[in-house]
Write a protein that binds this ligand. Structure first.
Ligand SMILES: *Cc1c(COP(=O)(O)O)cnc(C)c1O
Length: 398
């Protein structure tokens, strides 16, 4: 079984490039050039230098001792929360801004839902002095005011999408329209392992630095380069793809993908794509997505904005379809509980997305002392206004 993308851009049954004719030249230019550019020595040198000096890599691998004791396993945390801008997303935007430069592009567009990818994109555009336009649903602009201010402070233009539900999918439509109208000078930075080929593969490769580091860091700490189990949350799937990447072909490593069940898998307010989804086309690729009987996308819901997505990347659809990865769904309440648990047992406030991965520890079967590697994809500062609502429940006397 292969877990790499094939020459046609597929992972098994999933992937491909289902795009409007007018977008073909843009995607084709990227498809024919991305690997050659990524393999250039000068590209690798600059990418690695920025990851080290600007992002702050390698991110630590940390043995969470009190948590380990509590669950009866050795739990290691990959600290992507310590990256510049607070999450793994910057690994990808640094890679793509260098790609854009080498393709001769002078203008960057992106779409964002909660604003995290928009901030990571605006950051690297400021770093390189490149024009940046971020499309965002008008409703999301209201809901995510701090990230809108961050993007503006970094010099990006935030353009509202006023059609449809005025959220992420509408912002995506605007970004695609922009790219069709500006094929020569513009690169579209997609923020996860989604979209038409070659985006899922390109973004996986940029994020694969996570598992590359885990290999030598585990070797230093436990004398072997692989864990027994890897747990990561999945919105589109980029932090999971990054931490799985170098272990995909090692059958000794169990892969666990954690999705957001929102108010409950069957509550009608959920984002548990692997359970509720079926094959269809979203954002230019064939994958699992939540849709009605006649193929309309179902609005997803999760307390965590980064997991609030109606599909998953085609790699993850393939991993789950073939049984290579196990999927676990976690509700809002379980994720909140895990956020407070990690804060108190380790002194680390996780992003709500990452908290879903920690909550999965309670639902997972494993042997005593097995090595469990959890991707701590981001820090929780951005979620403080949500946590505040639960302080009374978890800290009534303080
Ligand atoms: C955006 C985000 C996610 C979800 O995106 P993936 O592509 O699935 O990784 C997860 N964690 C954090 C902290 C995020 O900001």
């Amino acid at each position: 079984m292969s877990y790499s993308v094939d020459a046609r851009g597929y992972y098994g049954k999933f992937g491909g490039a289902y795009i409007p004719e007018m977008l073909f030249p843009n995607v084709e230019e990227l498809r024919t050039r991305y690997l050659e550019i990524m393999h250039e020595e000068s590209f690798q040198r600059e990418f690695k230098k920025l990851l080290k000096d600007y992002v702050g890599r390698p991110s630590p691998l940390y043995l969470a001792e009190r948590l380990s004791e509590k669950v009866g396993a050795q739990v290691y945390l990959k600290r992507e929360d310590l990256n510049h801008t607070g999450a793994h997303k910057i690994n990808n935007t640094v890679g793509q801004i260098l790609m854009a430069q080498r393709l001769g592009k002078t203008r960057i567009i992106a779409e964002t839902g909660a604003g995290q990818h928009g901030v990571a994109t605006a950051t690297v555009c400021a770093l390189k002095g490149i024009e940046c336009i971020v499309y965002m649903g008008a409703v999301d602009i209201e809901r995510q005011a701090p990230n809108v201010s961050r993007m503006k402070m970094l010099g990006a233009e935030v353009r509202p999408a006023n059609s449809g539900s005025k959220t992420l999918k509408d912002a995506t439509n605007e970004a695609i329209r922009d790219w069709i109208n500006n094929p020569q000078d513009t690169h579209y930075i997609i923020g996860s392992v989604v979209g038409p080929h070659p985006y899922p593969d390109m973004v996986s490769r940029f994020q694969s630095v996570i598992s590359e580091e885990c290999q030598w860091q585990l070797n230093e700490k436990i004398g072997r380069s692989h864990p027994d189990i890897i747990v990561a949350c999945v919105g589109g799937g980029s932090n999971a793809a990054g931490i799985y990447y170098h272990y995909l072909d090692n059958p000794k490593v169990r892969l666990v993908a954690v999705e957001a069940a929102g108010l409950g898998i069957h509550s009608g307010e959920s984002a548990a794509t692997s359970v509720l989804g079926s094959a269809g086309i979203i954002h230019g690729s064939k994958t699992l997505l939540m849709q009605t009987a006649d193929g309309q996308i179902v609005e997803p819901y999760s307390i965590s904005a980064g997991l609030d997505y109606p599909g998953i990347g085609p790699l993850h659809a393939h991993l789950i379809d073939t049984g290579r990865a196990e999927a676990i769904s976690i509700t809002d309440d379980e994720a909140i509980h895990a956020s407070f648990e990690l804060s108190r047992s380790e002194g680390i406030i996780p992003a709500l997305e990452s908290a879903h991965a920690f909550a999965a520890l309670d639902k997972l079967s494993y042997q005593p002392n097995e090595v469990i590697l959890i991707n701590l994809s981001g820090r929780g500062d951005k979620d403080l206004s949500t946590f505040i609502k639960y302080l009374d429940r978890y800290a009534p006397n303080q």
